[in-house]
Design a protein around this ligand. Structure first.
Ligand SMILES: NC(=O)c1ccc[n+]([C@@H]2O[C@H](COP(=O)([O-])OP(=O)(O)OC[C@H]3O[C@@H](n4cnc5c(N)ncnc54)[C@H](OP(=O)(O)O)[C@@H]3O)[C@@H](O)[C@H]2O)c1
Length: 296
């Protein structure tokens, strides 16, 4: 079959493209960077170089595909991040309609039932909405939890301040996922193509409390007592700004942490929890964290 994978050689798109190529499919990988051509070809895939901001490019690239995998790349330069994300969703919807593609596996997120108050994930609410409005197109929205690699952003804090933390709430239980487990599900959905109409699938690899996260990562870096510190929203915002994150992005991340803390972000997940979790447990990520910590 012919598939288009957006998201270049990113966390999910690379292992997804690898799986699809290994299964003998024709895979086009979308990247905005011509320097990635050789790496994409080395995977056995075809590069399509252009931007998800360009509907004409997307339409051309999607034409003739049995199915496309859509995702919205992070854009730290966005003046209004939610609006930017929603706009990319509108681009995808327009290109899918114009190209006649009938099957879409869309990377969304846990919390995408929240039209507001969930940071970038509230942008994904509008991406889902735009795709759901497409008549005669089957769409499977993947709603994963919090990616393991997000914790790599805490490696410097662990090294230089001897703590790890966030504004997710006292004793919060985090819904966590390894990108490979998302790629596994995306590859399965794309190849089976048994979904009809519009539907949602939650993806989780592990659930850990914030204290368990600190203990597992702390052990891996030789600091078994590494404490998880519960930050106030204003401290989270200040910390992100200090780390050089643009204000619009920092505000959105802080808002998402608040939605995690209130329980609103995982409320729909808890009602629709998958029976089977992904196979990569959080402990398997600890050495990756330790390697980044060593360089921090
Ligand atoms: N982090 C989380 O906890 C979480 C949870 C749930 C859902 N999500 C979703 O997951 C997404 C990230 O997925 P990921 O980690 O697999 O991606 P990723 O590793 O961030 O990679 C995305 C790739 O997209 C490409 N890209 C950037 N701008 C582009 C443009 N304008 N046009 C075309 N391609 C562009 C870039 O590669 P090139 O330089 O080669 O173009 C980039 O490496 C988030 O944006 C969010 O929607 C995240």
């Amino acid at each position: 079959m012919k598939f288009v994978v957006t998201g270049s050689l990113g966390n999910i798109s690379k292992p997804l493209a690898e799986r699809l190529v290994a299964a003998g499919h024709t895979v086009t990988v979308v990247s905005s960077n011509a320097k990635k051509i050789a790496q994409i070809q080395a995977l056995g895939a075809r590069p399509a170089i252009g931007s998800v901001e360009d509907v004409e490019f997307l339409t051309k690239t999607f034409s003739g595909a049995h199915a496309v995998y859509t995702m919205v790349p992070p854009h730290f330069g966005a003046a209004d991040w939610k609006k930017y994300i929603a706009g990319i969703g509108a681009n995808y919807a327009a290109a899918i309609q114009a190209s006649g593609v009938k099957n879409v596996v869309n990377l969304s997120s846990m919390g995408a039932h929240m039209a507001e108050g969930c940071g970038p994930v509230s942008g994904l609410f509008f991406v889902e909405k735009a795709l759901n409005a497409l008549e005669g197109v089957n769409v499977k929205h993947l709603r994963p939890g919090f990616f393991y690699p997000n914790f790599l952003g805490n490696a410097g804090m662990a090294k230089h301040m001897g703590i790890i933390g966030g504004n997710y709430g006292e004793g919060a239980s985090l819904v966590l996922v390894h990108p490979n487990d998302i790629a596994e599900v995306a590859a399965e959905e794309l190849q089976k193509l048994t979904f009809e109409g519009k539907s949602i699938r939650y993806i989780v690899s592990d659930e850990k409390t914030t204290d368990e996260v600190a203990a597992i990562l702390g052990k891996a870096i030789g600091k078994p007592e590494l404490p998880w510190v519960n930050f106030k929203d204003e401290d989270t915002l200040a910390g992100l700004l200090q780390a050089g994150i643009p204000e619009e992005i920092a505000k959105n991340y802080t808002e998402m942490g608040r939605a995690m803390r209130s329980g609103e972000m995982d409320s729909d997940y808890l009602k629709n929890k998958p029976a089977v979790f992904g196979k990569t447990k959080f402990e398997a990520f600890a050495p990756v964290f330790a390697a980044v910590y060593a360089q921090a």
